[in-house]
Design a protein around this ligand. Sequence first.
Ligand code: MN
Length: 245
Amino acid sequence: MKFAVTSDLHGSPLLEKDMGVLHDVDTLLIAGDVFEMNRKIKKMTNFFDRIQSEYGVKNIIMTPGNHDHNIFEAYLEDREDEAGTSRRYPYIPRIYKADLLENHNVRLLIDEDVELDGIKIWGSPWSPSFYNWAFMKSEGELSNRYDLIPKDVDILLSHTPPWKKDCPIDQIDWPDWEPRKCGSVALTQAIERIKPKYMFCGHIHSGSHKEFDIDGTKCYNVSYLGEDYEPHYPVFTFELNKHKE
Ligand SMILES: [Mn+2]
């Protein structure tokens, strides 16, 4: 199965020059920050419809990120125990999992998996707490979420990058900041325990987009936008066929 992976679109479809790879792809994976608050919903669902009808992409699988407040509000509706954990935007339009799936064939993963041709994909929308955006938790709480991931996951889609010494994929690099690492230690521990074949993240747009190996897992930051919120990085593609291994 041929996959394309990207992240951090922030309400803007891929540029035409970056979409050519989709002609050859079965499944598009997105690691969060897909919509941008309340103005871009239709723009993004039109984009998802188009890449299926015009490019032949069969599956779109995404996990949300800290900017996906529309999804977070919908998620919290039946989880009032978590309602006090982040800033709330109760009046913005909500994006429901069932609507995305039934009307746009987009599968939203929040602490759950989906299996395609024997390949198991897990989606985790969380990031370490930073002010109070959507889908954020302390390292201890993140660890509890990652404990839900089964051992046989092949592809881990996470909004946050992992934190590991000398791993540059979570290194933030803003002109007026000292470079520093912003990933999750709990996620690194989960990767070392589960050993998925691939881990894809976004969130820290300026993190290194080169492959980084954690205990045999190929880890990539696949953010599409840079810190300036302009497109800077190509869509990542790979092939994985479970039955041939
Ligand atoms: Mn982002």
